[in-house]
Design a protein. Structure first.
Length: 564
């Protein structure tokens, strides 16, 4: 959306609350009028649609205000982080249309400086080495209504703490044997301020620093100081970090550093979806899905493989907007955005998923007619293609009914229907198998109606698609649907695990026959099967086997289901 008027002023009525904060800062020349944001993912999994909203927001704010946006990896937990995740995150951000230029950073870039900051806190009496176990620390913390108890080791001298912290770094202690904690207030009403752990021992090799370090800083300590080091002005994060903000401010103030402003917004929640990294990892590892890029997953790579476009996701993020209060977005909005985008830019083809043979009895056996088909009625500049009409064609089984109800406008005995781009045909006979099922329909065609013409002015209300029996190509269609059948899969009111709400029909693999114009189609190409839906060529597709993923149906069929 262009929020500027002719004189360059920003329209106040269209600003979200974060933009209002930034504009006020610019007017007051805070940070010398700079706007510098960052997107700080932890490389412990693949990004999902919720991250996409954050990416669009952070990079979008930087672009709108002629600022900068960094990509910074919060790589402080080597036990769960991998180079594979780093590479996938960079690919996803680029695919969405954003570029961090030379501002690619890692928290591990700052390990030495973070260590020095911790030493400074010790020297100021603001941090101490604690020997309590994780369980003891939790027990000492108290509850939101009961003050915690101070550590038995809180009164160690500065010299003793410095010596122990250095020995922690040298690897003299086992995992969990000691931690470094901030010394704040064990009676604080904010549980995060009750002497939180800021360093722990982990004898695990790091994907970038190897075995150089065996102590690693905690997120709350790392994040604010990394923001400060990079000169971030507006640290935009999701709402769950609001209670962490006093700790964010405390570290920076105690160390006397550049102070970014943390601003929280509501995270993206979508119905029929889970977006916890832990949940998504569980689905992958326990093989409920076929990997991070399974098209049923809400991951960016899964959406990309399914056929979603960067434009549709950016448009979705804009429509969702930026709010201060948590809410749940209907998945149909995301589906609307991809339909809207693909409708404008994709070529049309014809494919039959449940074929029924139709024989044109008044055609010669060798009859062929090359007909002109429009590639995209929404964009005539995309031109046309040839489709070959032959004596034997296939139509959808559902497009024929032997005993139709009233107002049935498709093919039935004695009834006429228009074949898309071809001719008007009339059903004259049906052939059945020994069980009474219709296996073949006989029709006559009217040569005067080529290309849909009706020179005699007669009205034919039904139009159906078809493919040539002679030139059809076999393909595999993967019909993807929502991964969960319950609007809130995590709802435990019924005492069920979220996986009990998995949709058993979220993937249906079906053979189909398609027009031969698809024979050389390449991986990633998006298109519409007329009257069926939008599809994308899957990476499993090759010269021997065409594989298509259904991106989305032409209409929102779930809205009808939900109203029943």
């Amino acid at each position: 959306m262009d929020n500027t008027t002719n004189n360059g002023d920003i329209e106040k009525k269209s600003l979200n609350f974060i933009e209002n904060i930034i504009e006020e800062d610019i007017r007051n020349n805070k940070n010398d009028g700079r706007v510098h944001t960052r997107f700080p993912p932890e490389p412990n999994g693949y990004l999902h649609i919720g991250h996409a909203k954050s990416i669009c927001l952070n990079f979008g704010l930087a672009k709108k205000y002629n600022g900068l946006c960094n990509l910074r990896f919060d790589d402080t937990n080597p036990a769960k982080e991998e180079v594979e995740y780093v590479d996938s995150i960079k690919e996803d951000v680029h695919w969405l249309g954003f570029d961090w230029e030379d501002r690619e950073h890692f928290a591990s870039d700052y390990f030495e400086r973070l260590y020095e900051f911790a030493v400074t806190l010790i020297k100021k009496g603001n941090a101490f080495v604690c020997d309590h176990t994780n369980e003891e620390i939790a027990n000492y913390r108290g509850t939101p209504t009961v003050a915690g108890k101070e550590s038995l080791f809180i009164n160690r001298t500065v010299e003793e703490n410095l010596d122990l912290f250095e020995r922690m770094r040298k690897g003299e202690f086992k995992d969990g044997e000691k931690v470094l904690r901030a010394r704040i207030d064990m009676s604080s009403p904010n549980m995060h301020m009750r002497d939180p752990v800021i360093y722990r021992i982990r004898h695990v090799d790091h994907h970038r620093t190897g075995n150089k370090w065996c102590i690693y800083p905690m997120y709350d300590f790392t994040h604010c100081l990394s923001d400060s080091i990079e000169g971030i002005t507006h640290s935009v994060c999701t709402l769950e970090f609001e209670v962490h903000r006093p700790l964010y401010d405390w570290f920076i103030e105690k160390l006397g550093l550049h102070h970014p402003q943390q601003i929280e917004f509501a995270r993206l929640n979508i119905n029929y979806t889970v977006m916890s990294k832990r949940r998504l990892l569980e689905l992958v590892e326990q093989k409920y899905v076929l990997g991070w890029d399974d098209p049923r997953m809400p991951t960016i790579c899964g959406l990309r493989r399914r056929g979603y476009t960067p434009e549709s996701i950016r448009n979705f993020a804009e429509k969702v907007g930026v709010a201060k209060r948590e809410n749940i977005i209907d998945l149909s909005l995301l589906e609307f955005c991809i339909r809207e985008d693909l409708n404008k830019k994709t070529q049309r083809f014809m494919g039959v998923f449940n074929p029924l043979k139709l024989v044109i009895t008044n055609c010669p056996d060798d009859f062929e007619d090359n007909l002109e088909a429009v590639n995209n009625p929404e964009d005539l500049s995309m031109g046309t293609r040839n489709v070959t009409f032959t004596k034997e064609i296939f139509i959808e089984n559902d497009d024929f009914m032997e005993n139709p109800p009233k107002k049935y406008f498709r093919l039935s005995p004695g009834n006429e229907v228009r074949l898309r781009y071809a001719y008007i045909v009339r059903c004259t006979d049906v052939i059945k198998d020994d069980k009474g099922r219709v296996v073949e329909v006989h029709c006559t065609y009217d040569p005067e109606t080529r290309g849909g013409n009706t020179p005699d002015g007669r009205k034919v209300q039904g139009t159906i698609h078809w493919v040539s029996g002679k030139y059809a190509i076999e393909a595999e269609a993967r019909l993807y649907d929502r991964l969960f059948v319950k609007e809130n899969p995590d709802d435990k009111e019924e005492g069920q695990d979220y996986k009990a709400n998995l949709n058993p029909h979220s993937l249906i693999t079906q053979k189909c026959i398609v027009e031969n114009n698809l024979k050389n189609i390449t991986h990633g190409t998006k298109f519409q099967f007329e009257r069926i839906g939008y599809f994308c060529v899957d990476k499993d597709s090759n010269k021997e086997k065409l594989v298509f993923n259904r991106t989305v149906t032409l209409k929102d069929s779930w809205s009808k289901i939900e109203k029943k």
